[in-house]
Structure formats: structure tokens, C-alpha cells
Design a protein around this ligand. Structure first.
Ligand code: CS2
Ligand code: MG
Length: 404
């Protein structure tokens, strides 16, 4: 079997996605997600100019060799653009291999270790009562794990909370440039424990509660928050501190027993090495589209298992249904599974990416279709052209640019 053609499909059914389609001379094809939110076309150029020409005519069964060729062979290793390109190719190759083997991908990985995959949903609100209502609504839908994000009094819009009317009409929105938000760590740190105190009152103790600090704290601030949240027994505190300096997580660990999740922006096992090896985290958030596809993710998860770190694939709306499918096959197999994020897709996204994976209340399953079970309707995809779009940026009250 030989790789005959590789297409890069850019479509925006609700938001931008970059999808790789590898077609073989025997007619089998595979699909992979290569989306980097806000920098989509950089991956397209990387693939079209630098990767695809090298792969035409190769044997698609040589997944490991192709992975190493694109990783080591490029000389310039790692980084989100390179790794998303490798992820798209790798996931599509695993899809082809599993189709050729006539089995669902999870079978090829070693078979199912569980019958269903626990997922967590997002709940958010501007006020504590709005968050409480949102959490109860998700519980009602069958979720046993819910991430709760709250507005902070005095701020218009904040990470994880739908933007207010003002923000929607802002100049940045109109010009299609990054929206700017305002942030105060001290106000946030005072407010969040009150949110979780109230949530435990309304939701009880059987629902897992999670919270994402989105890289905005320093280690000692994160340690304080973890300590203040201990009475409410969180499932985790996510991305408390940017992890370019992984040693910073030692400070958090010394002070709190609140479990720590990290790594949605990690691209390789090297990014994750220190926090895993020193047991500074409890959940590793790497996902197939950003951490080198099935090959890269499997390597990270096996390494994490040695250190009691469990898996928690990133699954926001910008991780396409294709990467979600690949994640779910890994989730069903991986011995050290923890949880899977699902933030929900728009109807048009489901239509462009028909998928075998399914959701039953708060649980997911990859399905029994051969391959990873996710396809792309190319004709429909053409109806949703790419639109430049950005993540917001964040500033302190005095204008200093802050982490987002
Ligand atoms: C988030 C994401 O899902 C999460 O935990 O942190 O919403 C993240 O902000 C986006 O995926 C960025 O692309
Ligand atoms: Mg996050």
C-alpha cells in the first residue's frame, strides 16, 4: 500500500478546523485533526509546503518511521505548529491501519479496559447563583463530573464565561482581532472559594467538581487557592500556573492536597517530563491533536502511568470531533485513564464530521466502526469557509499584559 494523495481541508462549521485526509493507492483513507486554535493557517502551510511532498509514495503502515521522520528529520523539533502537523498525519495513519486491520482503533491499541468513558462538562455563570444553576443543569443531563467557572465581581468578561453584550460589540470583535479582558488575581482568589462552598451546598458530594485557572496564577497563589479549596474536595485544579518553568509546581505540591491537572498546551513528552517524573501533577491533559497524534499521546500516557498520573485529554470545541474520536479510542484502552473533557459541538460541526463516537449522559464511547470512526463530509465542509479568529488576550487592571 502507498500514500497516493494528502489533502488539507480547512473548514469553519461554527469554528475553524484543519483536517488531514490521507488517501492510499488501494482506496483506503484516513482522517486526522491538525487544528491549532487562532493559528490555523500556519499548520496548513507547514503541511502543504514541508510535509506532504515528503510522504507521497510512502508505505502508510510505517507509522513509527513516518513519525520519527517528521520529528527528528525536521531538525527543528517540538512546538505547537510542528506537532499539530505530525498529529494530523499520525492520526490519519492510525485510522488507515485500523481500517486495514478491519477493527476499531482501540482494538489495535490493546482492547477495551472499560465499558464507558467518564466525561466532564462545562458549567459557567456570571454570578454564583448562575454557576449553581448551570452545574445542576449538567448534573440533570447525567454528568458526574462538572467543571465550574464563575465571573468575578467587577469584571465584564472572564475566561470560561460567555462574553457580555458589551464585549460582543467591542471594536476588537468588529475588526475580528483578539478581544481584551481585564484580570485581578486578588479579586479572583477571594471569590472562587465562595463559589465552591455554594456549589457543594447545591450539588452535594457525589458530583466531581473541577476548576480551570487558565495559567493565571503564580505558584504561591496557586498553593493558596488549592489550600482554600481543600474543604470542597475538588477533582482537580487545572492549569494553575504556566508550565514553562515546571519546577514552579513543586511549590504548589508542598502546600496543598487539591489534585492538580496540567498540560493542554504541552506538545511532547519532554514538556511533560518534569511534572510527571517528580509527581507534581495528578492528571496529564495532553490531547491527540497537540501532542503528536496517537503515537505521541500513547507514549506520554504510558510514561505517566509509572508515576501515578492519570489521563485527562483536553476536549474543548477547538479539538475537532476527529481528535475527540482518536482520544476516545485511547481513553477506552489506556490503563491509567482518568477522565475526558467534552465541551460540546454545534450541530453543523457534528454534520461536517460524522462520527461513530457517542455520548450517553455524562459518559462517552468511541463506537465499533473500523478505524477511529470519524469522517469528514468534504462537500459540506466547503460551505463553511475559514474566518480569521483569535483567542482573547488578558491584561491586569493597570494594562500589563497577563497570561491567558
Ligand atoms: C480550556 C480551553 O478546555 C479547556 O480546559 O482551557 O478552552 C482552551 O482555552 C482552548 O482550547 C484554547 O484553544
Ligand atoms: Mg483548560
Amino acid at each position: 500500500m502507498k500514500i497516493k494523495e494528502i489533502r488539507v481541508i480547512v473548514t469553519s462549521p461554527g469554528r475553524n478546523f484543519v483536517t488531514v485526509k490521507i488517501i492510499t493507492d488501494e482506496g483506503l483513507y484516513g482522517i486526522g485533526d491538525a487544528t491549532v486554535n487562532g493559528r490555523e493557517l500556519a499548520v496548513v502551510a507547514y503541511l502543504e509546503e514541508h510535509v506532504i511532498p515528503c510522504l507521497i509514495g510512502r508505505d502508510p503502515m510505517q507509522i513509527e518511521d513516518i513519525w520519527q521522520y517528521l520529528y527528528r528529520g525536521a531538525y527543528w523539533r517540538r512546538g505547537p505548529i510542528t506537532m499539530a502537523a505530525i498529529s494530523g498525519i499520525d492520526t490519519a495513519l492510525w485510522d488507515i491501519k485500523a481500517k486495514a486491520a478491519n477493527m476499531p482503533l482501540y482494538q489495535l491499541l490493546g482492547g477495551a479496559s472499560r465499558t464507558k468513558i467518564m466525561a466532564y462538562a462545562h458549567a459557567q455563570g456570571r454570578t454564583i447563583e448562575e454557576v449553581a444553576d448551570a452545574v445542576l443543569a449538567k448534573k440533570e443531563q447525567g454528568f458526574v463530573a462538572i467543571r465550574a467557572q464563575s465571573g468575578v465581581p467587577g469584571f465584564e468578561s472572564i475566561y470560561g464565561i460567555g462574553s457580555s453584550k458589551g464585549a460582543k460589540n467591542s471594536e476588537a470583535r468588529i475588526k475580528n482581532l483578539p478581544k481584551e479582558e481585564v484580570w485581578s488575581t486578588s479579586k479572583y482568589l477571594r471569590h472562587i472559594p465562595k463559589v465552591f462552598e455554594r456549589l457543594r451546598d447545591v450539588v452535594g458530594w457525589d458530583t466531581h467538581l473541577l476548576h480551570d485557572a487558565h495559567h493565571r496564577l503564580t505558584p504561591i497563589e496557586a498553593a493558596r487557592l488549592g489550600k482554600d479549596l481543600e474543604p470542597y474536595r475538588l477533582f482537580w485544579l487545572e492549569d494553575a500556573v504556566p508550565a514553562e518553568l515546571p519546577e514552579g509546581y513543586r511549590i504548589i505540591r508542598e502546600h496543598t492536597t487539591t489534585p492538580i491537572a496540567l498540560g493542554e498546551v504541552f506538545n511532547t513528552i519532554w514538556d511533560a517530563r518534569t511534572v510527571i517524573e517528580e509527581q507534581l501533577i495528578d492528571y496529564i491533559r495532553t490531547t491527540s491533536v497537540h501532542a503528536g497524534g496517537v503515537t505521541g499521546l500513547r507514549r506520554i500516557f504510558d510514561f505517566a502511568a509509572i508515576y501515578h498520573v492519570r489521563t485527562a485529554c483536553h476536549g474543548p470545541t477547538d479539538v475537532s470531533p476527529v481528535a475527540m474520536g482518536a482520544n476516545l479510542h485511547i481513553d477506552l484502552w489506556v490503563p491509567n485513564f482518568g477522565i475526558q473533557e467534552i465541551s460540546g459541538y454545534r450541530e453543523e460541526t457534528h454534520e461536517v464530521f460524522p462520527h461513530a463516537w457517542s455520548q450517553d449522559g455524562g459518559f462517552l464511547h468511541p463506537g465499533e466502526a473500523i478505524g477511529h470512526g470519524v469522517d469528514i463530509d468534504e462537500e459540506l465542509a466547503r460551505k463553511y469557509p475559514y474566518k480569521r479568529s483569535y483567542l482573547p488576550v488578558n491584561r491586569l487592571e493597570d494594562g500589563t499584559l497577563w497570561h491567558w
